[in-house]
Design a protein around this ligand. Structure first.
Ligand code: FCB
Length: 469
């Protein structure tokens, strides 16, 4: 019944918007999701290597041990990326590949891999956008408490310094953390992601140490001589109240604060919108030390925005300690993940960021946006994914709408370059522009790949195309 009521998603037939000629067009991936080679060439285990081995945690008991085997196939993958025509690529470094125990000594073979990768990108005219931590913490640090401890924030800064020294001459932009909200919430609060801890509302030290680690890493990169822009990537999710009632609006405010503001305002404004004693009853708040707020507020040069969908909430039922209850958004198209598709929410989000933070808001990049689709290879060998390019089309138009009213967006990174290991969902959710046959490791560019190539190359050539796949 739901299927009948769910609208389909199609690309717009209006002329495609014009983006600035220096706009960065890219794709994004993360180390654990694509690299494989989990225990090769001296790499140490990460929290994800450990987590995927726990029974019942990952759909189909899948792991990222091999993933897209990108560690061995990076060269042909970069050739394919060059064929896509993008001028930027956001990828992450596996911390335990370069520092197997999370701190010195470093692993030469691991560093050499990222040297090769970056040189390969530059040789193809693709700018490297490096994420330092996309959730795969060295297990040795996790064994000592991971992000619950100040030590992890400090080791993160050392790791950032090492990467700055080694790669700083070639990296275009640095992203300290990817989506700390998701790491804290699913990794440490509810335990559905690595490291699988269930701290619930006692998670505040994780929140604080992630913010602190970010600030320390910005300082460490600068001290290592990095002059390239440095930022952080958050999934800045618009939160809607189900109704205008006071209870629903308070619930929306609560989730907006947890999801968005508590990760932004300490960095952009130097203030924390939550009182940890109230927001996280039961948490040990003694982790906050004098001077931390200043470290966290170290200026950044850009903000990375990941956007997939808005979230709707209502007032919590009796005895619900979270302060909100999630409510499905209905009447809109849905992705393979069953996420609601609401492109206008991205426009609203970008405009509201500008309106809320004004001059304090640095330039924005959309560091992730995309959709999973139950793709399959047709008998003629082609992967037809009109839903994906309609999704991308609608969201790019939504970004153009925000830019039209003055929001400073500098680039767009489609999630993802290729199908990959989608965390707890394993390989079942395909987000790529490139289809990956995980049995053979064959890569097949999807229709959306050709569509995106027209967008990217058309923009570079100053053409406003009537884009079709
Ligand atoms: C984001 C993650 C990314 C990917 C997409 C679908 O939250 O940053 O690694 O899993 O979701």
């Amino acid at each position: 019944m739901d299927d009948i009521a769910t609208p389909t998603l199609t690309a717009s037939t209006d002329p495609f918007p014009e983006f600035p000629s220096d706009f960065r067009w890219g794709t994004a991936t993360a180390a654990y999701q694509i690299e494989g080679a989990w225990n090769e060439d001296g790499k140490g285990p990460s929290s994800w290597d450990t987590f995927v081995r726990q029974p019942g945690k990952i759909a189909g008991a899948q792991t990222g041990d091999i993933a897209c085997d990108h560690y061995h196939r990076w060269e042909s993958d970069l050739d394919l990326m060059a064929n896509l025509g993008v001028n930027a690529y956001r990828f992450s470094v596996a911390w335990s590949r370069v520092l197997p125990t999370g701190s010195a000594p470093h692993n030469d073979a691991g560093l050499a891999f990222y040297d090769r990768l970056i040189d390969g990108m530059l040789a193809r005219g693709i700018d490297p956008y490096v994420t330092l931590h996309h959730w795969d913490l060295p297990q040795a640090l996790e064994d000592r408490g991971g992000w619950q401890t100040r030590e992890t924030a400090e080791r993160f800064a050392d790791y950032a310094a090492l990467m700055g020294e080694r790669l700083g001459d070639r990296v275009s932009s640095w992203i300290t953390l990817n989506e700390p909200f998701v790491l804290a919430t699913f990794g440490y609060s509810f335990g559905t992601h690595a490291p699988g801890r269930t701290l619930f509302l006692s998670v505040y030290p994780v929140v604080h140490h992630l913010l602190l680690g970010h600030g320390l890493a910005v300082q460490a990169l600068r001290a290592a001589g990095v002059t390239a822009p440095i930022g952080i990537t958050n999934n800045l999710t618009p939160v809607w109240a189900l109704t205008d009632s006071d209870g629903d609006r308070a619930a929306a405010e609560r989730l907006d604060t947890l999801y968005n503001r508590q990760w932004l305002e300490p960095i952009l404004l130097g203030t924390q919108p939550i009182d940890p004693e109230v927001a996280y009853p039961g948490s040990d708040t003694s982790c906050v030390q004098p001077g931390d707020a200043e470290i966290i507020a170290t200026p950044i040069d850009f903000l990375g925005v990941n956007f997939y969908n808005p979230q709707q909430v209502k007032a919590p039922g009796e005895g619900n300690p979270m302060g909100f209850e999630l409510v499905d958004i209905t009447g809109v198209p849905r992705t393979g993940f069953d996420w609601p598709v609401v492109p206008s929410a991205l426009t609203d989000r970008l405009v509201s960021l500008r309106d809320s933070y004004g001059d304090q808001l640095p330039p924005l990049y959309i560091t992730e946006n995309g959709t999973s689709v139950a793709d399959h290879v047709d008998s003629d060998g082609r992967v037809r994914d009109p839903f994906r390019w309609a999704y991308l089309d609608r969201h790019l138009r939504a970004i153009a709408d925000a830019m039209e009213v003055g929001v400073d967006v500098r680039g767009y990174f489609c999630w993802s370059f290729m199908d990959n290991f989608e965390w707890a969902e394993g390989y079942d959710q395909r987000f790529g522009l490139v289809y990956v046959d995980f049995d053979t490791q064959q890569r097949i560019p999807k229709d959306s790949f050709r569509w995106y190539r027209q967008v990217v190359t058309g923009n570079a050539a100053g053409i406003v195309p009537g884009v079709q796949a």
